[in-house]
Design a protein around this ligand. Structure first.
Ligand code: AMP
Length: 209
């Protein structure tokens, strides 16, 4: 099973992707998480990526391709849920190529639809546990009390940066819906404004699970 999650930043790809990974028994490959790990660890790649991420731009296709290639040779050898990757048509073509070399192809795309105003509202309440990377929301999904104090806002979740990320999404990532449709891949659209378990149940239903 190779599945791509599409949707604007803050649509819930990370949350739904983690639940799907558990339900389907394949790892979630989230290039944003991998890049944030590199930033935390202070690696050369992390140092290069940090300013680009904080500004809400995309890091280079080569960097993320390298990260994904490693995962496909490791824990993603038998399938994966791609979250935040691919982010543009060139990345989608590279992924098609990588999977093709392994005799695999994207089986389905789940597009999580949330309008811009709801996204901006969500992001302003979003808070992340820097230790586990788990994302919470102050009102809708508060962190457990024992870790609440260490949760922080992501540097790129400030309103101005979120608006820029939405613009990047519209220009570069949204066209992937058509890319996959034209390639004959099933693209399932779900309303991502509902409660987390409802969205999850609908996705599993659409995937026939
Ligand atoms: P995310 O956690 O998916 O919202 O990603 C956070 C940031 O990491 C993005 O705004 C980009 O700067 C960078 N990033 C994550 N995935 C990619 C990707 N596939 N291509 C380019 N940049 C990415």
């Amino acid at each position: 099973m190779d599945l791509v999650l599409l949707g604007a930043p803050g649509a819930g790809k990370g949350t739904q992707g983690a639940l799907l990974a558990d339900a389907l028994g394949v790892p979630k490959i989230a290039t944003g998480d991998m890049l944030r790990d590199a930033v935390r660890q202070g690696t050369e790649l992390g140092l290069k990526a940090k300013a680009i991420m904080d500004a809400g731009h995309l890091v280079s296709d080569d960097i993320v391709l390298g990260l994904v290639r490693e995962r496909l040779a490791g824990d993603g050898a038998n399938g994966a849920i791609f979250d935040g990757y691919p982010r543009n048509v060139a990345q989608a073509q590279s992924l098609d190529g990588l999977l093709g070399e392994l005799g695999r192809r994207i089986g389905a795309v789940v597009y999580i639809d949330v309008d811009d105003d709801a996204i901006v509202q969500r992001m302003s309440g979003r808070t992340t546990d820097p230790v586990t990377g788990v994302v919470y929301h102050h009102t809708h999904n508060p962190p457990p009390s024992d870790i609440a104090a260490r949760c922080v806002q992501r540097d790129d979740d400030r309103e101005e940066t979120v608006r820029h990320r939405l613009e990047v999404y519209r220009q570069s990532t949204a066209p992937l819906v058509d890319h996959y449709r034209q390639a004959g891949v099933a693209v399932h659209t779900v309303d991502g404004t509902r409660a987390i378990p409802e969205v999850q149940a609908e996705i599993l239903g659409l995937l026939g699970r």
